[in-house]
Ligand binder design. Sequence first.
Ligand code: XMP
Length: 517
Amino acid sequence: RLLILDFGSQYTQLIARRIREIGVYCEVKPFDISVEEIREFSPRGIILAGGPESVTKLDSPRAPAGVFDMALPVLGICYGMQTMAEELGGRVAGADKQEFGYAQVKVRTGSDLLKGISDHVTDQGEPVLDVWMSHGDQVVKLPPEFELVASTESAPISAMQHVEKKLFAVQFHPEVTHTLQGQRILENFVRQICGCETLWTPSQIVDDAVRQIRDQVGTDKVLLGLSGGVDSSVTAALLHKAIGDQLTCVFVDNGLLRLHEGDQVMDMFAKSMGVKVIRADAEDLFLDRLKGVSDPEQKRKVIGNTFIEVFDAEATRIEDVNWLAQGTIYPDVIESAAAKTGKAQVIKSHHNVGGLPETMRMKLVEPLRELFKDEVRRIGLELGLPYDMVYRHPFPGPGLGVRILGEVKKPYADILRRADAIFLEELHRADWYHKTSQAFAVFLPVKSVGVVGDGRRYEYVIALRAVETIDFMTARWAHLPYELLETVSNRIINEISGVSRVTYDVSSKPPATIEWE
Ligand code: XMP
């Protein structure tokens, strides 16, 4: 296993994902953990990641003292290189201009890190790599006994090493795909230099998780709120494999789900997999609570509170449950740890299942806590969940509640569900579903004119939204083919009475959000 020390860069999680893709387990910890804690974790090597601060400032973060003397290989990346240089007697200074984007690095000295890797060769026969740079400061003097490994025009010291001590550092970012051979550089570090074996495979992850779950809960009963989303579905499948009938799932149908979704969840989990699932049909209650509520944030609150109420009522009926399972995944854990230390650039709060009744003192079991989303998907497939379920778009907790603008009413939800299903069906048919990150229909409770035969009719408007995004923080509207939009629009207007007009949303985020409310 490998340890990654986080200095607050947005790329840190990406490094962790890349290392795991190589098939080696790693964890991200804050830069200020102690050497004892590192020893306890017993990594085969350490990566010092990037960060937004400047080592030229006295109060900026440093790697833990002693990390370079643990006889472990260390790879410094960007800020990690700068702190390594600074702490070991080199010098770092602000560059004349920030370097951001593609650069070509010339390799000057042989290095295990860059062994066998080049994108071009210069006239003098020096290997050259195409890399991605993003930095203001740079190392201007090597620490004693370090060798220069590579340079660019503007950063003469772009990579350095101390072979004997197994210390390596690069100014560029091997973890981003713009650095063409980045993955091979990381592989060299992980496999050749640290000597890690590739044991982190989906089947291995499942076996480990099953063992851990059994150790943790023994013969106790476990309760899980199943939503049909990827994380809770994989959690259910994993727990079912580990403890079978000790698991009970509660699936709350709030009446704001997609077309046939409730039945599909029951078919897959209860019927085909034999998981114990209690379906709470609470459509009437949710719609009743939502009467007269049109403010989006208020709707979210009502839906959230009603969910907790229904979930708790079901849960209280099950006897002797000591454990509550949650589909928390690793990015949530890292983010909340980062938020605690105040080093987070992105802070989100995550509440999978809210308040539980006081009388139900349950312990938490979170079997996906160490996994990234792509790993969750891969073990979902390993556990036999269908591809389309594991790779489906995210769906917000409040469901169609925030896709019906203003007050939520059942007839609106019924129209929206059918329009949404047509849109998704056609996206799949045209092979566009997986090229978009999220796609859905929105119900606009305004009436627009249409002509049918000789008559004019005034009916509702459906807006279509499809976006491409990596992190859902920014997004571009998907450039769907006109023919596809035309088919969807024709089908919605012809097949659903009550809709006279379909529009396509061409707003990007920011400033428009992905959802309409
Ligand atoms: P926005 O609309 O903020 O959406 O650009 C970003 C992502 O978050 C999802 N989203 C929600 N998810 N509860 C959720 O569980 C919510 O209240 C909520 N609001 C937005 C949205 O679907 C998109 O993926």
